[in-house]
Design a protein around this ligand. Structure first.
Ligand SMILES: C[S@@+](CC[C@H](N)C(=O)[O-])C[C@H]1O[C@@H](n2cnc3c(N)ncnc32)[C@H](O)[C@@H]1O
Length: 284
């Protein structure tokens, strides 16, 4: 298909239909000023399906067949999956120096449970795994498990595979890279893979954060929910935080992204560090 023949402007009512769908089903707020962003992100689906305008794509998307087959691909286009190993590294330093020793002192768990709540392709969960592994070396008989969840199956599959480009792996300190990663021998396409013993500590599962409940029974000592709250409106953020509260251990820590804060003082958390929170007293 001649790509230049695609009509790259979406009609207002088509935009409103997508905007409402995104807000209701993914929870991401789409102000009218984001119309161009929605157009550019969906353009590759028009190309892949050989539609010549957004209205044809919308007709397919909202049909029974489209709702069965197209939703995961649509979600991929709309969400932002940017992540890195050791992203916002002071959080991992806080984990080692403050949060984990404090949890050990107060709760003394044999099994530390951690949750990466918008894990994207797994770099955050594996960074947590390396850091907790290092920390627990000094404590015999203690171990950990990490739950990594995201709305997108594609990113979860990348996390399960745990293969990353050499460039992606650059922020991993070389001592940890030697200890926790395998290096490919393919010089033309150098990659690393997280070693099996660390991979086995991380379980990847789909969870939509905006769902009413998460179908999780465990309580977590540490929850990372970084760089995803910015996409939600205040009401959705409050709903998510109240849900997370139920799954955070009474001595647990919640980490949001550096550019994220609590929506207001009604949520039962108090700040103890840069975008780091614990449960407010008296809410247990
Ligand atoms: C920018 S990435 C953040 C990755 C990682 N937490 C970090 O800080 O590097 C945001 C992730 O949130 C996921 N996401 C967006 N909406 C979601 C929802 N409603 N439920 C669960 N995950 C969602 C996206 O698929 C994406 O992988």
């Amino acid at each position: 298909m001649d790509y230049s023949s695609v009509t790259k402007v979406m009609k207002k009512q088509t935009f409103v239909a997508f905007k409402n769908y995104i807000e209701e089903n993914i929870g991401i707020k789409i102000p009218d000023t984001k119309k161009i962003m929605v157009e550019s992100r969906l353009l590759r689906r028009l190309k892949a399906l050989e539609y010549s305008n957004y209205e044809e794509y919308a007709e397919y998307f909202f049909s029974e067949k489209g709702q069965l087959l197209e939703v995961p691909r649509f979600v991929e286009c709309i969400t932002t999956n940017k992540t890195d190993f050791f992203r916002e590294n002071d959080h991992f330093e806080y984990l080692t120096n403050k949060a984990l020793p404090d949890i050990l002192k107060k709760a003394d768990p044999h099994l530390f449970r951690l949750w990466s709540g918008a894990s994207s392709t797994g770099e955050e969960a594996y960074t947590m795994a390396m850091v907790v592994s290092e920390f627990l070396e000094g404590y015999r008989g203690r171990t950990f498990k990490i739950l990594a969840t995201d709305i997108s199956e594609r990113v979860l599959n990348t996390g399960r595979e745990a293969i990353y480009t050499k460039i992606d792996s650059a922020p991993i300190p070389s001592v940890m890279k030697k200890k926790y990663c395998l290096q490919s021998k393919d010089l033309a396409n150098p990659t690393i893979r997280i070693k099996k013993n660390l991979r086995e500590k991380v379980l990847f599962r789909p969870i939509n954060l905006t769902a009413t409940t998460y179908n999780i029974t465990n309580q977590y000592h540490v929850i990372f929910l970084r760089n995803v709250m910015i996409y939600f409106d205040k009401e959705t953020q409050k709903k998510i935080l109240n849900n997370l509260y139920l799954h955070l251990h009474k001595n647990g820590y919640l980490f949001l992204g550096h550019s994220e804060n609590l929506p207001d003082s009604s949520v039962p958390f108090k700040r103890v560090g840069p975008s780091i929170y614990v449960k407010k007293d008296g809410y247990e």
